[in-house]
Design a protein around this ligand. Sequence first.
Ligand code: ADP
Ligand code: LRH
Length: 487
Amino acid sequence: MLHIAIDIGASSGRLVAGKVENGKLNIKEIHRFPNGFKNKNFTYVWEIDHLLAEILKGLSIVKSMGYEDCTVGIDTWAVDYALVGKDGKRLNEVVSYRDHRTDYSIEKFTKIISKEKIYEKTGIQFLPFNTIYQLFEENKDLLNETEKILMIPDYLGFRLTGIAAAETTNTSTTQLMNVKKRTFDPELLEAISIKTEQFGELVEPGNILGTLRQEWFPDYDLPNCTIINIASHDTASAIIGTPGEGENWAYLSSGTWSLLGMELDSPVINETSFKENYTNEWGAFGTYRFLKNIMGLWILQEVQRKLQEEVTFEQLIEEAKQVKPYSQFINFDDQRFLNPENMIDEIQSYCSETNQSTPITPGELAAAVFYNLAIMYAVAIEELELIVGKKIEHLHVVGGGSRNEFLNQLTADLSKKIIYSGPIEATAIGNLVMQLISTDKINSLQAGRLLVSESFDIKKYEPSSLNNQEVIEDFKAIVSKKNKKDT
Ligand code: ADP
Ligand code: LRH
């Protein structure tokens, strides 16, 4: 049986076919397409119908390759949703989490329920765009008409099968789930005037969602597809596809975002995790991803988009290598970098506000991104060890960002940890692993990870002997001075 992972990240989507042959997972990319939000009537929205069309196009390629039957899993980015009316039709544009409607929502909402109480209940980090704040700002008339609020992968699954579910790994990022009771929290729902029934039925990864309704898509020649509820939050799938072994490893899922953390059996909710804004997102098999969102390679994507001429990631990396190291210290987690009008201007303003030199050339801008991200990774690793109380022996870097060997080496040098990079397509692979488990081809997460490590090339980076503690201290000093000035 062929398995198809539909994996849609903020910057691109792909359909990846997978099969176990001779004890290895072989994968093949069937279809790839760009993704991104668009400005429509002054709101940033995703082109969701276009994404559905790309999925159907990809599935018809599967059929044209001679496959009549397959299983399918869908994962996408988290927190965003579609509102569906009684007739099953979508009521709204799907607003992107980078839209500015929630810029001040945490402050407003936490006047109703305190930050401490929300964190105690959910264990989820405070990000301005969490679903709870988006729904808080949502048009109330639309919400009254809403039959179902569906997270993006659930909505795409609903469009393909007609079945409305709320898959738990993605639903946990709403910041509406009570982590102890593992269900929606009534007090949080009440504060945004939403009823539990407005969400789909909660489902754990591993079950079947339904079958593809081919008759709804007469323009496409499609195979018979059984849609499986995999871990539909892309980061949850990425960590399933990360070949960690034992307990002393951390991960960095590196793409549009940098998600750095550890997989735990139970959530960690205490004063330090609250203060440092660590999250406990739900994983498959009762695991928790204790992690931090770091602004990630989004910064580079936006720099690249705003440059006068077209420059590839490879060129940016080569040019960054020629630049004097650590020329500026920039806290890219500052909310100003979430979706500024012009990322280059924003970086330059930050540097002049902090009396630092200004990166100007593409290489200088890319270097500022890489050196500071590597510092931020090292700081997060230090915090993680402290909060979780475990020594991290190595860091697995997966996702598109793991192709960046320069950044991988910098991360090793600054964190003083051994880095293993790859697989690049860990998310699609994690999606496939859940399909293999749910169709009884393998029997556990551990077996899945072993299969991943035996099937894909993993590269090792050793930390250099340079003492980089000083740059980390310089970074912290500039950031704390700037934060004080801003408050
Ligand atoms: P997402 O799933 O969030 O859309 P990906 O996992 O696809 O993100 O990773 C996208 C990132 O991968 C880009 O922002 C870029 O930094 C990095 N990347 C892509 N191609 C290359 C390359 N050839 N060399 C180095 N980095 C790359
Ligand atoms: C990564 C991701 C991340 C979320 C963000 C919205 O694609 O799913 O885990 O915090 O997007």
